[in-house]
Design a protein around this ligand. Structure first.
Ligand code: G1P
Length: 294
C-alpha cells in the first residue's frame, strides 16, 4: 500500500444557503474572488501538490461546476476566432481535459454531511491516503495541501489554526496532547463544541490528508452534530490506532463560506494588483473623508 497521496476529494454538493440569493442558481463554489471561482483555487492547490486523480462529490442541481471544471473546446475556438488566443489558452490551462486528466464526478444525492460526502468518493479513489479540500476555505500565499502532503507520515492529518474562543463553535476542534514544530498531536476531535466545552482553540480548517481506512470508519459512522455524518467524528473514532496530527500551514486562510471572509479575500487580492490597489485606496480614502466630514 502506497503512502503517496494520489487522490483529492472536493465535496461540492452543499446548498450554500449562507449566500442566498447569490447561490440560488449559481453554486457557491463558483462564486468568484476577483475573477476566479473558489473551486479553481482549490483545483490549482491540488494540482500544485502533484495529486493525480480529482474526485468531485457534487449534486445533480449543480451541473455548472462540471462546466467550469472541464475544458470547453467550443468556447476556446470562439475566443480564438475573435482574436483572443491568450484568453483561450488561459482557460485551457485552468481546465481539465477528459482525455489527459484523471477526473471523476460523482453525486451525493442527500445532504447528509461532510463525512457522507467523503464516503461517496470511496469507489473512485486511487490507492493510499486521500486529500480532502473544502473550497470555501480559501488559503492563499502558500499551497496548504502541498505542505501537508509533504509533511504527511501516517494516520490522519488536518490543517489547523488557533481561533478566538468565541469562534470555536464553528469548527471541528482538536483535543491537543502536544506540539512538535508545525505538528499538533491530538487524541481526539470534537465537531462544533460549545465554547465552554471546547478541548482547545485549535480549529480544523478545510484541508485533510486521511489514511484510506477513513472509509471504513465512515461506513459505520452514526450522525453527530446537526444530525449529519461528520468527518470529524470518523477521524476521532480511531484516534488510538490512527494518530491525529494538526498541521499549522503557512498560507493565509479566508473563510469564504461567509460574506466577511469573501470580502477580506477580495480585498487581499485587490491589494496585490497594482490597478485594483489604486481603486481600493481611492475608495478607502474617499470613504474616510466622507466619514470625517460627517
Ligand atoms: C466543516 C467541518 C469542520 C471544519 C470546517 C472548516 O464544517 O465539519 O470540522 O472545522 O469545515 O471550515 P462546515 O464549515 O462545513 O460546517
Amino acid at each position: 500500500m502506497t503512502t503517496k497521496v494520489q487522490t483529492a476529494i472536493f465535496p461540492v454538493a452543499g446548498l450554500g444557503t449562507r449566500f442566498l440569493p447569490a447561490t440560488k442558481a449559481t453554486p457557491k463554489e463558483l462564486l468568484p474572488v476577483l475573477d476566479t471561482p473558489l473551486i479553481q483555487y482549490a483545483i490549482d492547490e491540488a494540482r500544485a501538490a502533484g495529486i493525480k486523480r480529482m474526485v468531485f462529490v457534487s449534486h445533480t442541481s449543480k451541473p455548472a461546476i462540471e462546466r467550469h471544471v472541464m475544458d470547453d473546446i467550443r468556447l476556446r475556438r470562439e475566443l480564438e476566432a475573435r482574436g483572443k488566443p491568450r484568453l483561450a489558452e488561459e482557460l485551457k490551462e485552468a481546465a481539465f481535459c477528459p482525455k489527459s486528466d484523471d477526473v471523476v464526478f460523482t453525486m451525493q444525492d442527500e445532504p447528509r454531511g461532510l463525512g457522507h460526502a467523503v464516503l461517496c468518493a470511496r469507489d473512485h479513489v486511487l490507492d493510499g491516503p486521500v486529500a480532502v479540500i473544502l473550497p470555501d476555505d480559501l488559503i492563499l500565499g502558500a499551497p496548504c495541501i502541498g505542505e501537508m502532503v509533504e509533511a504527511y507520515d501516517r494516520g490522519h492529518m488536518v490543517a489547523t489554526m488557533t481561533v478566538a474562543p468565541e469562534d470555536v463553535s464553528k469548527y471541528g476542534v482538536l483535543a491537543v496532547t502536544g506540539h512538535d514544530g508545525r505538528i499538533t498531536h491530538a487524541h481526539g476531535m470534537v465537531e462544533k463544541p460549545a465554547a465552554s466545552e471546547a478541548p482547545s482553540r485549535k480549529a480544523v480548517i478545510g484541508r485533510y490528508v486521511l489514511d484510506a481506512d477513513i472509509f471504513d470508519a465512515l461506513e459505520t459512522q452514526a450522525p453527530g452534530a446537526g444530525g449529519e455524518i461528520q468527518l470529524t467524528d470518523a477521524i476521532a473514532k480511531r484516534a488510538q490506532e490512527r494518530p491525529i496530527s494538526g498541521f499549522s500551514f503557512s498560507g493565509t486562510r479566508f473563510d469564504c463560506g461567509s460574506k466577511s471572509g469573501m470580502l477580506e479575500a477580495t480585498l487581499h487580492l485587490a491589494e496585490q494588483d497594482p490597478e485594483l490597489a489604486d481603486v481600493l485606496y481611492a475608495y478607502a480614502g474617499a470613504h474616510t473623508r466622507t466619514q470625517s466630514a460627517a
